[in-house]
Design a protein around this ligand. Structure first.
Ligand code: KIV
Length: 250
């Protein structure tokens, strides 16, 4: 699984064999320039989900439910999830959290909307928690996450994301479940992996977590191309004959 937020990227990833595309609310940070994900709206996710689903021919598309889209009321949550499915054409929605949102998740599943759970580090809780902290260090927290994972499976979530978690804890949770578990910074023993696309191609200038492997440096290539373009225009190298419409016979 990789994140995707636009048509060309989704097309490339779909054709490259990525099984699942996540229209994550990381959109807010890597594309929209916000400091964290709490500014992202349903309208933002819907807009980008439409672009991704237009391109995805084989990949399963999951749309993130953004901050406050499932916290105000259950009715509101079903309506927002429904928008991402009905208008965005997503295959499933993802929601961050455990016990506190069980009844809302159940309500959405009861409306026949497939839900992916998300435990461990919950980026939408950054303001309350005061930062991003690795999960699975304290016994009480481990016990709670294990119980929540089992409960989510029992409720009918189709898959579970585990974020920034001690690898052994993620492994134990994975082994205790039948549904697919997809990790991000959760070691190598989850069933699948997810990363933010802009992080792996080197197209984001913000903080890059230790668990990210960078496979390219697209920012460097893009900057080089832009600088060359500026130079070519200033020096009259561009446009050259082949880029010009003319009535002159060749
Ligand atoms: O928004 C996102 O990119 C995510 C991943 C971190 C799993 O939720």
């Amino acid at each position: 699984m990789l994140t995707a937020y636009d048509y060309p990227t989704a097309k490339i990833l779909d054709e490259a064999g990525v099984d699942c595309l996540l229209v994550g609310d990381s959109l807010g940070m890597v594309v929209l320039g916000y400091e964290n994900t709490t500014r992202v709206t349903v309208a933002d996710i819907l807009h980008h989900t439409k672009a991704v689903t237009r391109a995805a021919k084989r990949a399963f598309v999951v749309a993130d439910m953004p901050y406050l889209s499932y916290h105000v009321s259950k009715e509101d949550a079903v309506r927002n999830a429904g928008l991402l499915i009905q208008e965005g054409l997503a295959d499933a929605v993802k929601m961050e959290g455990g016990t506190a949102i069980f009844s809302t998740i159940q309500h959405i599943i009861n409306a026949n909307i497939p839900v992916v759970g998300h435990l461990g580090l919950l980026p939408q809780s950054v303001l309350r928690e005061g930062g991003y902290f690795i999960k699975g260090k304290a016994e009480k927290e481990i016990k709670k996450m294990k119980e929540e994972a089992l409960k989510l499976q029992e409720m009918g979530v189709i898959a579970l994301t585990l974020e920034s978690m001690i690898a052994e804890v993620a492994q134990e949770i994975t082994e205790s479940l039948d549904i697919p578990v997809i990790g991000i910074g959760a070691g190598k023993h989850t069933d699948g992996q997810v990363l933010v696309y802009h992080d792996i191609i080197g197209y984001y200038h913000g903080y890059i977590p230790q668990f990210v492997k960078q496979y390219a440096n697209v920012a460097e290539i893009a900057e080089k191309a832009a600088k060359q373009y500026v130079e070519d225009v200033k020096n009259g190298v561009f446009p050259s004959e082949e880029h010009i419409f003319t009535n002159k016979k060749k």
